[in-house]
Design a protein around this ligand. Structure first.
Ligand code: B16
Ligand code: MG
Length: 217
C-alpha cells in the first residue's frame, strides 16, 4: 500500500538544470574547458563533485583534490547567486497541483535531492511546507545511483521502501529507487527513464488520479 511520496527536485519539482548549465558553462569558459548542453545532460541528478569530475574527464584534465573543490565552490557561488531569480512561478507545470493533492489526501511527502542547495530552492519556490521531510545533498554521503537519499527520506517518514513511490527525472535516480526497493515514476523520455515502473513525459501528466490508478492493488 502506498503511503509516501519522495520527490527529486531538479527536473521534477522545478527546472534548475538551466541554472546549473549556465554556472558550469561560466566556470568552463574561465578554465578554457569544453562544456555544452549534451555534456550538461550527463550531470542530471549527480552530485556537484561527481559533476566536476565528469567535466574534467571529458576535457582530459587532472588537478589535485583541493583545487577541484575550490573550482566546484566557484561554480556553486555562481549557481547560488542565480537562484535569487527563482520565484514561486518556477514550479514545473503540474508539480504544485500534485503536491497540493497529496497534502489534501494525507500522504507523507519527502524531498530526495542530490542538491546541497535544495532548502534554498524550496524557499525561493515557497514550497517548504509541502514536505514532511527534506533529504538533500547534505543528508547522506553516497549520491545516486546509491539509494541512500531515498532510504533516508523513507526512514524519516517511518515508512518501508515498498510503501513509497519515488519521482525522478534522472536515469541514475531511477536506478537508485529500484536498488532501494521503491516504486518509481520516471519524468522524461523513454530512453532516460523508461526503466521506471511508470513514466510520464512531463509532470503535467503525472496527476494523483493517474498515479493512484496505476499503483492501486
Ligand atoms: P548542488 P536533483 C541535482 O539535483 C542536479 O540535477 C544535479 O545537476 C546537481 O549537480 C546536483 O543536484 C547537486 O547540486 O551543486 O546544488 O549540490 O535532481 O537531485 O534534485
Ligand atoms: Mg533530478
Amino acid at each position: 500500500m502506498i503511503k509516501g511520496f519522495i520527490f527529486d527536485l531538479d527536473g521534477v519539482i522545478t527546472d534548475t538544470a538551466e541554472l546549473h548549465y549556465e554556472a558550469w558553462k561560466k566556470l568552463s569558459d574561465d578554465m578554457g574547458w569544453f562544456f555544452d548542453r549534451e555534456l550538461n545532460e550527463k550531470l542530471r541528478g549527480i552530485s556537484r563533485m561527481d559533476s566536476i569530475k565528469v567535466i574534467m574527464d571529458h576535457n582530459k584534465v587532472s588537478l589535485d583534490e583541493a583545487t577541484v573543490e575550490e573550482l566546484a565552490t566557484k561554480k556553486n557561488d555562481i549557481y547560488v547567486d542565480s537562484l535569487d531569480t527563482m520565484t514561486e512561478e518556477d514550479f514545473l507545470p503540474g508539480a504544485k497541483e500534485l503536491l497540493t493533492h497529496l497534502r489534501a489526501e494525507g500522504f507523507s511527502v519527502a524531498l530526495g535531492s542530490a542538491s546541497k542547495n535544495a532548502p534554498k530552492v524550496l524557499q525561493q519556490l515557497k514550497a517548504t511546507h509541502y514536505f514532511d521531510v527534506v533529504g538533500d545533498g547534505n543528508s547522506v554521503e553516497k549520491s545516486k545511483p546509491a539509494p541512500d537519499i531515498f532510504l533516508f527520506a523513507a526512514e524519516k517518514m517511518r515508512l518501508p521502501a515498498d510503501n513509497c513511490i519515488v519521482f525522478e527525472d534522472a536515469e541514475k535516480g531511477i536506478d537508485a529507487a529500484k536498488t532501494g526497493g521503491f516504486y518509481s515514476v520516471g519524468i522524461g523520455p523513454e530512453e532516460r527513464v523508461g526503466h521506471a515502473d511508470l513514466r510520464f513525459d512531463t509532470m503535467k501528466e503525472a496527476t494523483l488520479f493517474e498515479v493512484k490508478s496505476f499503483f492501486s492493488d
